[in-house]
Design a protein. Structure first.
Length: 478
């Protein structure tokens, strides 16, 4: 390549570069670029909608709130908001406030989504959708709400029966059978066929046969009287031993000083946990000088409740589901799943009943006042019993049973109560009790200062009425 050709190439390249730079970087006299740069078409105005939090758990009968946030993406205008509740969400309502949000380009706006439930709302998870609309623009945001059974109650799987002591019932049955047997045998005087007697009492143990020289059997009428007397005596002795077995096996201390120990029995946490209540109650009782033992749901068995009086607790807090609403027998629910095969005698005598828990959609064993009277072991030492479940004092049957077992006072609700309400109100009760107030003042404060109950208007009350002036300090003095 010659030097002249090389010089020409260099000059030509330089001119092309300079020309391109002038065309791209300089404008005309009007200010417009000499060459227009290509650009993407602008996005149409729009907005987005989001909900926070994305989900919530609420107790039946309570309510919760979500924040609906709208963000403008070049949009200016008013967005209308409309919530939608799915079918099947019985007792669930939703509304937004405000129902419209004004946006300008690049701005954000919020509205509150309020969701309410009722006592009849099913224990289930639902999706609630909020639709934002402006002209042809429409966007949705969804939230998930899980409803759990808030009432600390269930329903017994069998109707309440008339309470009768199993011992008295057995005595009446045995006495009636003995009289019937004696009368039947008396009418059989001169019976010759021994097999007919064997059909009445198989082993021929309760009568005497005297054979005459002719081989005829002659029932001695005086023996029938002896039979009845012996049966009555035996049944009476068994009855006395059965009813006095606790006094014999677990004698009550003459001092009856309240122990500085407390049991917090928590069956409800299997479905509605509340660690804040557990911690606060434990802290309050500990500060009052009590050693607190916590029993989680897995520990709440028939055996635990049977042994409870003999375990020497001065305070017993029962955070249990319970029954007693609309005619059901009052019962305390355990964590033991119900089966027909277990506790056969206690079931036959109405000491233990099946309880259907809606929150769990399952059936569990529950104990009745008869169980407290007849099957619990030992006696409480002037203990304070706080039963946090529904309707524990809709009548005094359960309260009387605990008092007969040595409790000094029994505290519970006279109507249905929600878990959140009983947790907060019971905490207030212990705040007042550990501050030196009486049982009467503490129950009044718990009802007054706890969460409102516009549906059932339940009250925390106590039994017996003459213990209203009792204070924790007086109760624990020796």
């Amino acid at each position: 390549m010659t030097k002249q050709l090389y010089a020409r190439i260099v000059v030509l390249t330089t001119l092309v570069f300079l020309g391109s730079w002038l065309l791209l970087s300089h404008t005309s006299a009007s200010g417009a670029p000499l060459i227009a740069q290509a650009s993407l078409p602008a996005a149409p105005p729009d907005f987005s909608i989001n909900a926070s939090p994305a989900s919530a758990v609420v107790i039946a009968g309570a309510s919760t709130d979500f924040t609906i946030t709208l963000t403008s993406q070049g949009f200016s205008g008013i967005v209308s908001l409309e919530p939608s509740v799915p079918s099947g969400a019985t007792g669930v309502t939703a509304f937004v406030n405000p129902p419209t949000v004004a946006l300008t380009s690049g701005s954000t706006g919020t509205s509150n989504l309020h969701v309410s439930t009722s006592m009849s709302s099913p224990s289930k998870t639902f999706t609630i959708t909020v639709t934002g609309t402006s002209g042809s623009l429409s966007h949705k945001a969804s939230v998930s709400i899980t409803i759990v059974g808030g009432q600390l109650g269930g329903s017994t799987g069998q109707p309440a029966s008339v309470y009768m002591s199993s011992v008295a019932a057995g005595l009446l049955v045995a006495l009636g059978g003995a009289l019937a047997l004696a009368a039947g045998l008396s009418r059989r005087s001169g019976v010759k066929d021994h097999s007919s007697l064997s059909s009445v009492l198989p082993l021929n143990l309760l009568w005497s046969l005297r054979k005459s020289k002719a081989g005829e059997a002659d029932f001695n009428h005086r023996d029938s009287t002896r039979i009845v007397a012996v049966i009555i005596l035996v049944v009476s002795m068994v009855s006395v031993l059965y009813t006095s077995r606790n006094s014999l096996l677990y004698p009550v201390s003459s001092a009856r000083a309240r122990p500085f120990t407390a049991a917090l029995i928590d069956e409800v946490s299997a479905f509605i946990p509340d660690p804040a209540f557990i911690n606060q109650t434990t802290s309050l009782l500990t500060s009052a000088g009590y050693k607190v033992d916590y029993y989680p749901p897995s520990s709440v068995t028939i055996d635990l409740l049977k042994r409870l009086p003999s375990m020497e607790y001065g305070i017993v807090v029962l955070r249990n589901h319970s029954t007693g609403f609309q005619g059901d027998v009052i019962s305390l629910v355990t964590s033991e799943p119900y089966t027909q095969d277990e506790y056969a005698f206690e079931q036959l005598t109405d000491q233990i009943v099946p309880v259907e828990l809606g929150v769990a959609n399952a059936t569990y064993f529950g104990i009745t006042p008869l169980f407290v009277r007849d099957s619990m072991q030992g006696f409480f030492q002037d203990s304070i019993i706080v039963m946090m479940g529904c309707t524990g004092l809709t009548n005094s049957e359960m309260a009387q049973a605990f008092v007969s077992r040595g409790a000094q006072v029994y505290v519970s609700w006279d109507q249905v109560v929600q878990a959140y309400r009983t947790d907060v109100s019971t905490t207030i009760f212990w705040q007042w009790m550990t501050s030196g107030h009486s049982v009467r003042d503490s129950t009044l404060a718990a009802t007054r200062d706890g969460p409102a109950d516009p549906v059932y208007k339940s009250h925390l009350v106590f039994y017996p009425a003459n213990e209203g002036s009792m204070t924790l300090a007086v109760a624990t003095s020796t």
